[in-house]
Design a binder for this molecule. Structure first.
Ligand code: ZN
Length: 274
């Protein structure tokens, strides 16, 4: 769509964006024309889907093969008590449509795996990692690098959250997730959310920060977060910024890269989204 295509209703709906020179009508058109893939319709995916929909991001793809469980509702605010048992992608779509009918939701009722990742990710402008497990994190990183897509990534456990952006495909000096964490931790070393617990509002903080970074990436405003890890400690109410660089020996984005396709991920079939 074009700036001349705004309806009266859209001018009202997006008035608080349009009034800001950094967004304006031109920025709002960019948002309406943008497509974002959310991997996971859980704790991070819920605020992501809701704020991106409210902002008028025109197409939201949601990948998740889980169904809503009662224990999800402590933090996964896109779902409701009466939707327990419903597919999370369907529940999230209902929430998005109720918020903003301008948004088209594409439901990917499946796991992101080595054989479908490039095809799914290839259809979107920006990708968000809202998963809760390491195999899927590495898979998303590798697939985004290969498909040339910016990746906005958040993670959380107990009272802590992390946030960063990857644009490693654009320049050798831009780091990827493997530059930051070269080796996947052995299975069982890092406890899952169900084992360690999660302070529910952390999901709202981190998912909302992630949504703000996605909107910045689409609009091209402010500072992109690539090369910076933001760490949130809810108990201390403290944010820290830690810089990190590209690893020249990175197996994915280094000069002697050994990972050139996603076949190495075939062994990691177990996934789930927080
Ligand atoms: Zn790398």
């Amino acid at each position: 769509m074009d700036i001349t295509d705004f309806t009266e209703e859209q001018l009202h709906r997006y008035a608080r964006h349009i009034v800001m020179p950094e967004v304006g009508g031109t920025g709002q058109v960019k948002l309406l024309n943008a497509s974002v893939l959310l991997v996971g319709a859980g704790g991070l995916g819920a605020p992501l889907a809701m704020y991106l929909a409210a902002a008028g991001v025109g197409t939201l793809g949601i990948v998740d093969n889980d169904h809503v469980e009662l224990s999800n509702l402590q933090r996964q605010v896109a779902h409701t008590t009466e939707r327990v048992g419903m597919a999370k992608t369907e529940s999230a779509e209902m929430t998005v449509m109720a918020l903003n009918p301008d948004v088209t939701v594409i439901r990917h009722q499946e796991r992101l795996e080595h054989h479908n990742a490039l095809e799914i990710i290839g259809g979107y402008d920006v990708v968000c990692d809202g998963t809760d497990n390491f195999p899927t994190r590495y898979l998303i990183n590798d697939a985004c690098f290969m498909a040339g897509k910016p990746l906005v990534s958040a993670a959380m456990m107990r009272f802590d959250g992390q946030l960063t952006t990857f644009r490693a495909h654009e320049a050798a000096e831009n780091p990827c997730y493997r530059c930051l964490f070269p080796e996947m931790p052995p299975e069982g070393l890092v406890p899952s959310c169900s084992e360690a617990g999660i302070f529910g509002a952390i999901a709202g903080v981190m998912g909302t920060l992630q949504a703000a970074e996605v909107l910045k990436e689409i609009l091209g405003i402010g500072e992109s977060l690539f090369g910076t890890l933001v760490i949130y400690d809810a108990l201390a109410t403290e944010f820290r910024r830690v810089g990190y660089g590209a690893d020249p020996d990175c197996a994915l984005c280094g000069s002697q890269a050994t990972i050139t396709d996603l076949s190495g991920h075939a062994a990691h079939a177990k996934t789930g989204q927080s």
